[in-house]
Design a protein around this ligand. Structure first.
Ligand code: GCO
Length: 455
């Protein structure tokens, strides 16, 4: 496989998010976000760490963009910290220093020929919105998110041509309001949170479409986390369980965002537990999503297990793929072709970006830097997943770009700094960055001259 399998306009980039890399958590008027609060609670993060400093990208962004430039990528996916731009949500003013930071970042990227691909919300929400009205549990957040989006379109939209409203709202709803692994750490009302996430997305999208798209000429989409599933047994039941799993994990957000309503399967199963959309909301929802962002890493089996159903990694004692250092996660490169094909077919061939794909390394005090720099496993992972992505494209999926998660090692949510996803190693004591073998590989991979292509 080489880069000639991808069209010349294809975006090749790396991805990060604000809370995971920026640090400077209380600098220049930034307020606390829900993640700032959560990571400081006892026992929430595996190594007791937090993103107070993280990769100190807030101060090192110029050096980081220089590195990205030497990596030769033409795009960079990052997110905007809501609490940096609007420390008190719509209850206070715009923070000029927050705007200034992202202006400098965006301008520097453009100077280096790198397209900014901007996520408005990648998990972090101003604490004040949580305190005032319960953030995603309250319909009020739709107005707040719409306001935040508009502030960003207004400030950055002359230069930003790719917008993502929400990153993985399916994970926010599940982990924030069902399993309690993420803030606000609740075990109830995931469907209410999801409903407000969907309508907040629709509000931002509507604002962009009606007020900005024509004059700014960009596009706007949503990003979901998507696993691929294989049937545990080749029975009718297990095969149909796959469809309902997709309905509950992906259709939950994409059906409303594209067709204006939840999947029938969810309505049937959840009954009154599932909120409903008004006619006006349905209309607003079918407003033309420009692209779907897929975060894809792994596959599992799904099937009937006793009285209930289960997701498991093994069939007859044989794992579905190669175990990765992320607990419970198995690499199955074919899953990339299958999920992309499924999404493309289910959602009218809507343009797709692979907004995240990558492999972590386990790391603690005893792990040497040398072994982390020598990341052949990551190279093999990325190469094989890209091969199957190219196959989905040959068969007709309209894929426009691919982002490796991640640019640099960073704060991996509940795993803290124990998992490293970067193409670049970060020494958290000195903040020194060093390219891993995969950085060199990725550079060679997508820097092959593309002129002789045309297939
Ligand atoms: C997301 C993801 C990322 C993770 C990555 C590795 O929300 O997009 O959780 O932030 O760091 O998926 O697990």
């Amino acid at each position: 496989l080489d880069v000639t399998h991808f069209p010349p306009s294809f975006l090749f980039g790396t991805a990060t998010s604000s809370y995971q890399i920026e640090g400077a958590y209380l600098e220049d008027n930034k307020s606390l976000s829900n993640w700032d609060v959560f990571t400081h609670l006892q026992g929430k993060i595996e190594d007791g760490s937090n993103g107070d400093i993280a990769c100190d990208h807030y101060h090192k962004y110029e050096e980081d963009i220089e590195m990205m430039h030497s990596l030769g990528v033409n795009a960079y996916r990052f997110s905007i910290s809501w609490s940096r731009v609007l420390p008190r949500g719509r209850f206070g003013g715009i923070n000029p220093l927050g705007i200034e930071f992202y202006n400098k970042l965006i301008n520097q990227l453009l100077v280096k020929g790198i397209q900014p691909f901007v996520t408005l919300n990648h998990f972090d929400v101003p604490k004040e919105l949580e305190d005032q009205y319960g953030a995603w549990l309250n319909a009020e957040i739709q107005e707040d998110f719409g306001y935040f989006a508009e502030v960003c379109f207004e400030a950055f939209g002359d230069r930003v041509k790719y917008w993502v409203t929400l990153n993985e709202p399916n994970e926010v709803a599940k982990k924030g309001y069902e399993t309690g692994e993420y803030p606000p750490g609740l075990h109830s009302q995931p469907y209410v949170a999801a409903h407000n996430l969907i309508l907040s997305h629709a509000t931002a999208l509507h604002i962009y479409k009606t007020k900005y798209q024509e004059k700014q000429g960009g596009s706007i989409g949503i990003v979901l986390s998507m696993l691929w599933y294989e049937p545990l047994k080749d029975t009718v039941e297990d095969n149909s369980l796959i469809q309902s799993t997709f309905d509950f994990e992906i259709g939950w957000f994409l059906d409303p965002s594209i067709y204006g309503d939840y999947p029938n399967e969810m309505k049937k199963y959840l009954g009154p537990k599932l909120p409903t959309f008004s006619t006006k909301e349905k209309e607003k929802l079918q407003n033309g999503l420009d692209f779907i962002g897929i975060n894809h890493y792994e596959s599992l089996y799904v099937g009937r297990c006793g009285v209930s159903y289960c997701k498991v990694a093994e069939r007859d004692g044989i794992p579905i793929g190669k175990k990765t250092p992320m607990p419970g996660s198995y690499a199955v490169p074919e899953g990339m072709e299958k999920i992309v094909t499924y999404i493309s077919k289910t959602y009218n061939n809507t343009p797709i970006f692979i907004t995240e794909n990558g492999l972590p390394q386990k790391s603690d005090d005893s792990t040497s830097k040398e072994e982390l720099l020598d990341d052949t496993d990551r190279i093999n992972y990325l190469d094989s997943y890209l091969t199957f992505l190219a196959r989905a494209m040959r068969k007709g999926a309209d894929v426009r770009g691919y982002f490796v998660w991640s640019f640099i090692d960073n704060f991996e949510w509940t795993y803290g700094y124990t998992l490293r996803f970067g193409l670049y190693h970060v020494d958290y004591k000195t903040q020194k960055r060093t390219p891993k073998s995969s950085a060199k590989w990725f550079k060679d991979f997508h820097n092959v001259p593309r002129l002789q292509q045309g297939r």
